[in-house]
Write a protein that binds this ligand. Structure first.
Ligand SMILES: [Zn+2]
Length: 90
């Protein structure tokens, strides 16, 4: 297994996504970057193509800004096996 949440590069990526100031890619609303990280509407980085499917953890093109709540809601709703054609490659 590749190492996953490898501290520094990942944090750099987060900072970069944050700097872009994009709205949440899941609900389309702005993200208040000043909120406490534990706040449901705080900023998180979500991955367009999940890491479990070969998505790159550190590729800015694969990273999207998302609210914490949207991110986790999506995680709950979309079970890995029920998302589209399972074997599709990008
Ligand atoms: Zn959202």
């Amino acid at each position: 297994m590749a190492k996953r949440w490898d501290g520094r590069p990942y944090r750099t990526l987060c900072a970069e996504v944050r700097r872009r100031g994009d709205p949440c890619w899941l609900c389309g609303h702005d993200i208040d970057l000043t909120l406490d990280p534990r706040h449901p509407l705080s900023f998180t980085v979500d991955h367009l193509l999940p890491l479990s499917r070969g998505g790159s953890l550190l590729d800015p093109a694969n990273a999207r800004a998302a609210h914490r709540s949207c991110n986790s809601r999506k995680g709950n709703r979309v079970a890995p096996r029920t998302v589209g054609p399972a074997s599709r490659r990008w």
